[in-house]
Each structure stands twice: as C-alpha cells, then as structure tokens.
Design a protein around this ligand. Structure first.
Ligand code: IPM
Ligand code: MG
Length: 359
C-alpha cells in the first residue's frame, strides 16, 4: 500500500490535480500499487478555512505519507498579506519542513508540439530534452538575515544569498548521477563573476566533477546561459543551478517545451516525503473554466511513481500515454493551434490520458 497526500491548493490547482489523481488511480490499478489518497487544503484555501496557509497538522500529514502531490498556491485574493502569511509562502515553508533539496524540472518537447513553441522551429528541431536541477533548500529564498525596516535613508529590505558547500555538493552529486543515466553532460550555471556564493558554487561543482570524469562538465555564467538555452536548447542535458536562478530559468525554458503547462517537476527530499508539482502557478485568471492544461500535473504524477514509489513501469506508461494523446492531435487551449488539432478541456485531457493508459 502507498499513501499519497493530495494538496490541490488554489486557482487551477484543484482542476489539474483531479486529473492527475484520475491518471494515478488508473496506473495504480494496472500495476497493483494499492494507492490510498487523502486530500488536504493548503495555501489560500487553508487561509480561508483556518486562517493559516500551512498548518503543523498538514506538515505532519505530509510527512506520514509516501509522497505529496501538490497543485498550486496563491492568487490575488491573498496578495496583500505580508510575506510570512502569503498563500505561496506555504510552499516555501513546506519545502523546508520536508527537507526538500533538489527540484528536478523536466523539459521535453514532443515532436508534434514544435509548432506550439514560441521559439523558432529550426532552433528546437533535433529535440529538446533536458533537466534543470534547481537547488531548493537554500539560496536567496531562505538566507538570513531577511527583513524590511525603516531607516533615515528610506525603507530598506534585505535578502541574503547563502550557500554551504554541502548544499551545493549534494545537489551536484545528484546532477552527475542523473547525467550518467542520460547523455553524460552536466552544465552548471551561476553568477561567479559577481557573487561570492556563486564562486563557492562553481568551486564545489568542479570538485565533485573530478569524481565523474566520464561526464562532460561545463560552467556557464547564468545570464549568458539564459540566452544560450534559447539559442542552443538541444545541447543541454542536465543543468544545475542555485534556487533563484532555477526559478527564473525554469519559466524561461518552459517556452521550449511548448507551454509551461507541459513541465512537471519532482522536489526530492533528503530524508522525508518528496513533493511533486507542475512548475507553473495557480493561473487564477483561468480558474474554474476547465481549460487549464493538466499534463504538467499528470507528468508530475509520473515522476511520483518513478522517484517515490519505485514504479518506473507505471511512470513510463503515463509518459507514453501523454505522448500518444499529443500525437493524436488533442490540445488544451495553451498548446492549441487552429490547424487540424482538436481542442479539449482539462477533464477531457485527463480522460484521454486514462484511455491511452489501458491501450
Ligand atoms: C515555483 C514557484 C514558487 C517559487 C513560488 C510560488 C513561491 O514560482 O515553484 O517555481 O518561487 O519557488
Ligand atoms: Mg516559479
């Protein structure tokens, strides 16, 4: 038996999560995984119900489960709240509470989606298939001091970018292991020409690289890297980078996958429960319209089977089913072009993936 905590959250979170659970149930039955789901409020939904975006009880619940399926949090309704109480801060805190350290973001462009990408076809022909491994336990999100104050010179705000060598080392090691199983290339992106923390980052990646002579290791300064990612996307395999750069470049890279609605992620815990969530947010503007693309969430469920439930066959099944649906010409609004493609809703997309699973 495997227990999965489902945290749909806000905006389109509940709609896409529903589809992912549907797909997981079907895959679970096929592979006899005995999946048991429990649903919990988080973020704005929990703020409205209990006045907090994340509760100790919810954290405990997540810890007790084998994996957490996370939708999205936040929305304009809770934007006025200060940092600690914001709906999306629940996610930042939950990552910390679950000792999450590596965010594996999978960028893959299905051949049939080439025309959906905002990037010129000649740049992406040849296939986009890389992973951004974003550091998730430290960096600008968590470094102390972090505060706002009034001073005689005006209001002042401070965030701190902090890295310990062991935080970089464990992420780099994970990246090298991944690269070994893939095409044997690792690119480290940081800002070592301006930031001390990035200098340490580069040094540590270089040290770990010595243990992986079979992996082709490169270092790029992140601003140039951001450009090269669009100019030469097919050259990347595994890219490791600090927390904030990974957040930014993740959304940038999503255009290479056709839509941010296509990019799943795993947030791997050191010693507790891992989280699985799409890299996009709550998209409150399309909430409740049944038009959101559930595939990033569904593909995140595949990662859950792969990394938390040790069921690679189930993960492959879901990946294959999604591929078939895309090849079949079915598109949600974000990837739809009025050619010969069929536009489908969130629920129809989920149903199609379930249907293909049993084929
Ligand atoms: C992400 C999101 C979060 C982040 C927000 C919601 C705090 O943008 O997962 O990429 O910045 O990490
Ligand atoms: Mg983000």
């Amino acid at each position: 038996m495997h227990q999965i905590a489902v945290l749909p959250g806000d905006g389109i979170g509940p709609e896409i999560t529903r589809e992912a659970v549907k797909v997981l149930k079907a895959a679970g039955e096929k592979h006899q995984l005995g999946l048991v789901f429990s649903h919990h409020l988080v973020g704005g939904a929990l703020l409205d119900a209990q006045g907090v975006a994340l509760s100790d009880e919810l954290i405990e619940n997540c810890r007790r489960n084998d994996a957490v399926l996370f939708g999205a949090v936040g929305g304009p309704k809770w934007d006025h709240l200060d940092m600690q109480n914001r709906a999306d801060h629940a996610l930042i805190r939950l990552r910390k509470e679950l000792s999450v350290y590596a965010n594996l973001r999978q960028f893959r462009l299905y051949a049939a989606l080439e025309d959906a990408s905002a990037v010129k076809t000649d740049l992406i022909a040849g296939g986009v298939d890389f992973i951004i491994l974003r550091e998730l336990s430290s960096g600008a999100y968590y470094g102390q001091p972090k505060f706002r104050e009034d001073t005689p010179r005006g209001r002042r705000a401070v965030d701190t970018i902090e890295y310990f060598d062991f935080q970089v080392e464990r992420l780099a090691r994970y990246g090298f292991e991944l690269a070994r199983q893939r095409r044997g290339k690792l690119t480290s992106m940081s800002k070592w020409n301006a930031l001390e923390s990035s200098r340490l980052w580069r040094d540590v990646v270089e040290e770990v690289a010595r243990e992986y002579p079979d992996v082709d290791t490169r270092h790029e300064i992140v601003d140039a890297g951001a450009m090269n990612l669009i100019r030469r996307p097919t050259e990347y395999d595994v890219i490791v980078m600090p927390n904030m750069f990974g957040d930014i470049l993740g959304d940038e890279a999503a255009v290479l996958a056709g839509s941010i609605g296509m990019v799943p992620s795993a947030e791997i815990s050191l010693d507790s429960t891992s989280l699985y969530e799409p890299i996009h947010g709550s998209a409150n503007d399309i909430e409740g319209k049944n038009v959101a693309n559930p595939l990033a969430m569904i593909l995140s469920a595949a990662l859950l089977l792969r990394y938390s439930l040790n069921c690679p066959a189930g993960a492959d099944d879901i990946d294959r089913a999604v591929g078939k649906v895309i090849e079949g010409g079915y598109r949600t609004a974000d990837i739809w072009k009025p050619a010969d493609q069929q536009r489908v809703s969130t629920t129809e997309m989920g149903d199609l993936v379930v249907e293909m699973l049993s084929e």
